[in-house]
Design a protein around this ligand. Structure first.
Ligand code: SAJ
Length: 418
């Protein structure tokens, strides 16, 4: 069955972005071949399961696999379009690591056919779609690409950044507007048709470099705004005023909309992507650089605050390890950084509570700490440190904290019921 002119689409990389994309495409009736190097992910998907938690995703995967619209493999096969959604981490030196994009390019090159569309969705430094096109052209000299053949090219190339937020991925995948940056007008046209098979938002056309910059801009904008809130929290501490009240009141101004301070910025996106700009901007991004430093300094600030509140020998209960509320995602989590540093100082017993994660990864489980339920932690600890605003922690009553020393890094315990 052809949907929007497509029958078989391949999604390379079945992680946080690739799997929801593959599942949504398959539920629109397209035949989707998902490709991942992880056998564990491939096996789980072929059994109709998602290999990570995201609301609504499991049902979509189950349905798609049951209807034989989605299957997962470890090596690319022929398809009409290839959507690449692989990780683009940063190195220790804060420069982008494009090895997964290059590996994805090398893996699809042998199965590319004239008329194919290649889309890159991974967050990437400006120029990456051109780099991928050059790599494919070198590997397949028998095919032509937009950088050489323009509108006549055999292969169409587009950069179409994902913008879905964990926790609302399935909804946002369909509802959010999409930017389609093509290396030729035909690339934009055909890639837009693919997105229009499932996107209810606008599908907006531009060129590849602009689309790459738009994606980086979105996350750098949010990073700078969160940094403002985090800096403000330190300033307000100095002045002895409640930052949460200051923000609430300032936001009554019609043109002020300050975000929320917290223990730092985590996840695989906002804490990473601004570096793709800073690294390449040759000194032209001092504000974004400062914002990164402010956000990265926040876990250390929280550690110092709680250490100053705790007495020697106290037990500190750390509530939450995830990078943000109501997720099980521990990637780049500032809460984990805080816990690691508290354990390192070796001054207090550390108890952690994380209701969303069944088995802690070895680098956390191996630390000198105890895991507990919320009730056990409240019983055993003298000091309570709130690191993540999970719903369970917001539902505490004031009487449960009355005999405790506590530090609330997210400002959720200001109005606790009695
Ligand atoms: N945070 C705060 N204060 C706030 C908002 C967030 O401290 O007011 C913290 C969170 O606790 C978390 C971090 O920032 O540690 C990032 O969380 P987030 O909810 O802002 O964003 P992500 O990383 O989950 O997803 C972002 C989104 N980008 C934007 O909102 C511009 C999402 O749309 C992108 O698709 C995603 O990055 C991505 O993959 O690039």
């Amino acid at each position: 069955m052809s949907v929007g002119g497509f029958e078989v689409v391949s999604v390379i990389g079945l992680g946080y972005i690739g799997l929801p994309t593959a599942a949504v495409l398959a539920n629109r009736g397209l035949e989707v071949i998902g490709v991942d190097i992880s056998e564990r992910a491939v096996n789980a998907i072929n059994e109709g399961r998602a290999h990570f938690f995201e609301p609504e995703l499991e049902a979509l995967v189950h349905n798609a696999v049951n209807n034989k619209k989605l299957r997962a493999v470890t090596r690319p096969e022929f398809a009409q379009a290839f959507v690449i959604a692989v990780p683009t981490p940063i190195s220790e030196a804060k420069s982008p690591d494009l090895s997964y994009v290059k590996a994805a390019g090398a893996s699809i090159a042998p199965v590319l056919k004239s008329g194919n569309l290649v889309i890159l969705e991974s967050t990437s430094p400006v120029g990456t779609i051109e780099m991928l096109a050059a790599q494919l052209s070198e590997l397949r000299p028998d095919l032509t690409f937009p950088q050489d053949a323009g509108e006549e090219a055999d292969i169409l190339m587009a950069y179409c950044p994902e913008r879905i937020i964990p926790g609302r991925m399935v909804t946002e995948l369909v509802e959010n507007d999409r930017i389609v940056g093509g290396m030729s007008a035909r690339s934009v046209d055909v890639a837009s048709k693919l997105y229009k098979t499932f996107v209810r938002g606008d599908v907006v056309a531009t060129n590849g470099r602009t689309a790459e910059m738009v994606k980086l801009t979105e996350n750098a904008f949010r990073d700078v705004n969160i940094a403002f809130a985090n800096e403000l929290s330190k300033v307000c501490d100095k002045f002895g005023v409640d930052v949460w009240e200051v923000i609430e009141l300032a936001n009554h101004h019609p043109r002020v909309n300050i975000l929320q301070p917290g223990p730092g910025v985590g996840g695989h996106c906002i804490a990473v992507d601004p570096w793709f700009i800073i690294d390449a901007a040759e000194g032209q991004a001092p504000l974004m650089h400062a914002a990164r430093n402010v956000n990265d300094s926040k876990p250390g600030y929280v550690v110092e605050k709680v250490r100053s509140l705790a007495k020697p020998g106290d037990t500190i209960a750390c509530l939450g390890l995830a990078y943000k509320a109501n997720t099980d995602d521990l990637r780049e989590s500032p809460a984990v950084t805080v816990v690691e540093r508290l354990v390192e100082t070796n001054e207090h017993k550390v108890v952690v509570v994380e209701p969303n994660v069944e088995t802690l990864p070895p680098h956390i489980a191996g630390l000198n700490l105890t895991r507990a339920s919320l009730e056990e932690a409240l019983e055993s600890a003298q000091v309570i440190l709130l690191l993540v605003d999970h719903d369970e922690f917001k539902e505490l009553r004031a009487e449960q904290l009355v005999s405790k020393t506590y530090y609330d890094s997210r400002g959720v315990w200001r109005h606790l019921p009695a």
